[in-house]
Every structure is written in C-alpha cells, then in structure tokens.
Design a protein around this ligand. Structure first.
Ligand code: SAM
Length: 221
C-alpha cells in the first residue's frame, strides 16, 4: 500500500473517524465501527471538559489536532476568551469553519490548518489541549512540542504503551488503515521527552488517562 502523509491520511479519515467516534449518523465502515467500540472518544472529550472547564473562563485555549472541533465547541460553554483550533487536515478545518458559522461562534473560535510539528512557536494562549493528538507525533516531534509549550499549562490524552489486547488491536487497525505514524509511549519515555526540571502528572479521569504539567488541572477543586 502506498505510504501517505499524516495530512493525506487525516484528510481522508477525519470525517468518518469523527462520525463513528461521536456516534453521529453517517455511513461508517465495519472496521471503524469495531475500532470505535474500543476508543471511548466521546467519553474522553467529556473527561477533558471536566478537567479544563473549571479553569477555562476568560482564557485562550489552544486545541491541537482539533479534528472537527468537538472539544473546541464544547468548551465554549465554560466561557473562555477564545479557542484556537489547529489541525493538519484542511478537510477538518473546513468542517470546523462550517460548524462555527452554523453555531454562530465565529468570533470565539479561530481555526488554522497547520502541521503543529513544524511550528517554531505557539500562538499566544493560556492553556494547551490535545485529545488523541500526541499519539501521532514521533519522539523528536513530541520532545520539540514539550519544549515549545514550556511552562504553559497543558492537558493531553495519553494512550500508554502496554502489552494488551487493546494495543494489539490498535496496531492491527493502524496497519490496515495505512496510518503513516501512530505511537504509544511508556510513562518513562514521556518523562524523558519533557524539558529538564519540568513537572508532569499522569492522571485518570473517568477511566481515561491524561498527562498535564499543571496541579490545577491534575487536581481539580
Ligand atoms: C484522533 S484525531 C482527534 C481529533 C480530535 N482531537 C478529537 O478528539 O475529536 C487526531 C487529529 O490530530 C490531527 N493531527 C495529527 N497530526 C497532526 C499534526 N502534526 N499537526 C496538527 N494536527 C495533527 C489529525 O488531523 C486529527 O484531526
């Protein structure tokens, strides 16, 4: 099978992936239906909202790998100043644009098609979020991202490297789908990627794993 780039992969995939993951009515292939059963993507978004919601008011939130904007739109109910929604897939960003127009949230959401791994600096923001995002960054890219973020509070969902049925099925899934790069890391590996002296917390919310450098996010009041 031809090797495609992350951009091409997600341009093709993001609509079906989102419709399947968030239980939306659409034509969904059998493989995606099975994969959805294992992913808990909607639950992950709700868990992230519980963690970020209480500190979101008046803040600018940068959503990396925003997909069709499920988190970006949902966090608006917590009254952030702004949400910056970035994704490598232009198909995804065009959909976010359409939804923003439909939901009349245009002034609150700024969107941008961009490969986050090539950014030299992050836009001005208060909190960085990425759901199902760091799984598509290789070690060099992830290390660079942590360096760019510095001390800014972040929350990333985290699929831990492990020997399990889920890991095996996920590997089969990404191979069948010709995904150009999907990565799982151990806690020790993640700790090696963060800049020296930085904090990192591994936290669980509603059964889903996340990483953060902020005690405010890791221990919500
Ligand atoms: C598993 S989807 C998650 C989408 C969304 N965060 C959600 O949870 O509904 C991963 C997203 O990351 C985006 N992505 C992957 N690599 C990226 C990169 N280097 N820069 C920006 N976006 C990227 C993909 O286009 C895709 O939309």
């Amino acid at each position: 099978m031809p090797v495609v780039s992350q951009r091409e992969y997600w341009d093709k995939k993001i609509r079906e992936w989102t419709f399947a993951s968030y239980g939306k009515n659409s034509r969904i292939g059998v493989i995606e239906k099975i994969a959805t059963y294992f992913r808990s993507v909607n639950k992950r978004k709700d868990a992230a909202l519980k963690l970020i919601g209480p500190i979101a008011r008046g803040k600018t939130i940068l959503d990396l790998g925003c997909g069709l904007g499920e988190f970006a739109f949902a966090i608006l109910r917590y009254d952030p100043k702004k949400v910056l929604a970035y994704d490598i897939s232009d198909v995804a960003i065009q959909e976010v644009k359409k939804s923003a127009k439909k939901l009349k949230t245009k002034n609150k959401i700024e969107f941008k098609t961009c490969d986050v791994s090539t950014l030299k600096q992050l836009p001005s923001c208060d909190i960085v979020v990425g759901l199902g995002f760091i799984d598509y960054l290789n070690p060099t890219q992830l290390k660079k991202l942590f360096k760019l973020i510095g001390n800014k509070p972040y929350l990333f969902s985290f699929f831990q490297k492990s020997i399990s049925l889920f890991t095996m099925l996920h590997k089969i899934y990404v191979t069948i789908q010709s995904c150009p790069g999907a990565y799982k890391y151990s806690r020790a590996e993640i700790k090696k990627f963060i800049p020296k002296g930085s904090k990192i917390f591994f936290l669980e919310q509603d059964g889903l794993l996340f990483i953060s450098n902020s005690p405010k996010i890791a221990k919500p009041l």
